[in-house]
Ligand binder design. Structure first.
Ligand SMILES: [Zn+2]
Length: 382
């Protein structure tokens, strides 16, 4: 953060190419990674299609819009925020964009903006919806404003609901019952994707998740709107977790009547329906990694490579701490366990969602057995 603190003058913040005031708007420097990936994806879309019209529906201080304009090469931006108190800051930050005739700033409730786009058949290449709390008030309506083939970048910060602590609230938000378990933050991304996929399918449309990001408090999904439904009974179903032995399973609708844990035969707790397909699109990630390398964004390229590795893995992960506890041993080292699993013929990777976890197609029992062969047992208590 750079400041130009002279007495009586507000200080500037610099992020990427954008120089701006925060004023009384909400801004978290820690979520820069979310904005960086959005800017990168927008720039890729501009390169691939030759155009980029952006709708920033909840712009806040305007940092994302500024960066889409300056770094992604947006041709036109509709920058909106419903909160009248921040408009002096927003207008001041976007002055040069407005003077260049490259966009407009409005003060409307976001859903009115989406319906205006629909009425005027004015569809956007990127619709950025950065709301606070659950995404659901804007989850179906943002589809009205998005071009077919265009991008939607959707936020949820409602972690308590998504991780299974408020199952009734999750029914209301996502029409899905969410339960708590070790991989519940991934579930947060999948509930969001599932709900968006279902809303799109109800309009005979579909979405392809390009990347899905969890940062510790924020769930952000970047999807492409497609002209045909992508929801099937294979990609939209249930996640089972056994509180007895810790094993996961995915369940299709037809198997709901005969659910038991494959390892210990107990009935698992079920979350769903949610998105069981891929969290990320490997082909898009490959081109994003190339662009991040070109821009010398090595941290972002590293994150994107992590996403690419986990893209086709099962829709859950195991915590290293749980593996250690079950095997009554020290917590295994992540890289050693991944290598040992791969040596035994299993697929295994880290996950961007949790630093102390792995994704693999091996069962938890196999992870414990393999970890035991490479990790010191805990000293006996007698
Ligand atoms: Zn079990």
């Amino acid at each position: 953060m750079n400041s130009s603190d002279r007495p009586g003058e507000p200080s500037f913040i610099q992020e990427g190419a954008a120089r701006f005031h925060v004023g009384n708007a909400f801004f978290r420097p820690q979520t820069r990674v979310v904005r960086d990936l959005g800017v990168l994806m927008a720039a890729l879309h501009r390169q691939q299609t030759g155009r980029l019209r952006v709708l920033d529906a909840m712009a806040g201080c305007g940092v994302r819009s500024l960066r889409y304009w300056q770094e992604s090469g947006a041709d036109w931006l509709w920058v909106n925020d419903g909160n009248p108190d921040i408009h002096p800051t927003l207008n001041a930050n976007l002055r040069s964009m407005l003077q260049a005739g490259r966009g407009q700033v409005t003060q409307e409730e976001a859903n009115r903006v989406f319906f205006t786009c629909h009425l005027k058949k004015d569809y956007y290449d990127l619709v950025d919806v950065d709301g606070f709390g659950a995404a659901t008030p804007h989850l179906s309506t943002c589809l009205w404003a998005t071009a077919i083939g265009g991008l939607i970048y959707l936020t949820s910060t409602d972690g308590r609901t998504a991780t299974g602590h408020l199952p009734t609230q999750s029914l209301r938000s996502y029409a899905a019952y969410a339960r708590s378990h070790p991989a519940a933050h991934e579930q947060g991304l999948r509930l969001l994707l599932g709900s968006l996929q279902q809303q799109a399918a109800a309009r005979n449309l579909g979405i392809r998740p390009l990347f899905s990001l969890f940062t510790g408090e924020t769930y952000r999904v970047m999807v492409r709107l497609l002209p045909k439904p992508m929801l099937t009974d294979q990609t939209y179903g249930f996640l089972g977790y056994c509180h007895g032995c810790g094993e996961y399973q995915t369940l299709s609708w037809r198997r709901l009547g005969r659910v038991s844990c494959p390892a210990c035969d107990r009935p698992p707790t079920l979350t769903g329906p949610l998105w069981l397909g891929s969290l990320h699109d490997p082909a898009t990630l490959t081109t994003l990694i190339d662009l991040a390398d070109q821009w010398q964004w090595s941290d972002r390229a590293h994150l994107l490579r992590l996403m690419a590795a986990e893209a086709t893995m099962p829709p859950y992960f195991y915590l290293l701490g749980d593996i250690g506890k079950q095997g009554q041993m020290d917590i295994p080292k992540r890289s050693h366990l991944i290598q040992a699993l791969q040596t035994q013929g299993y697929r295994a990777t880290p996950t961007h969602i949790h630093a102390e976890a792995i994704k693999t197609d091996a069962s938890l029992a196999i992870c414990v057995a393999i970890a035991r062969s490479i990790t010191r047992p805990l000293p006996s208590s007698d």
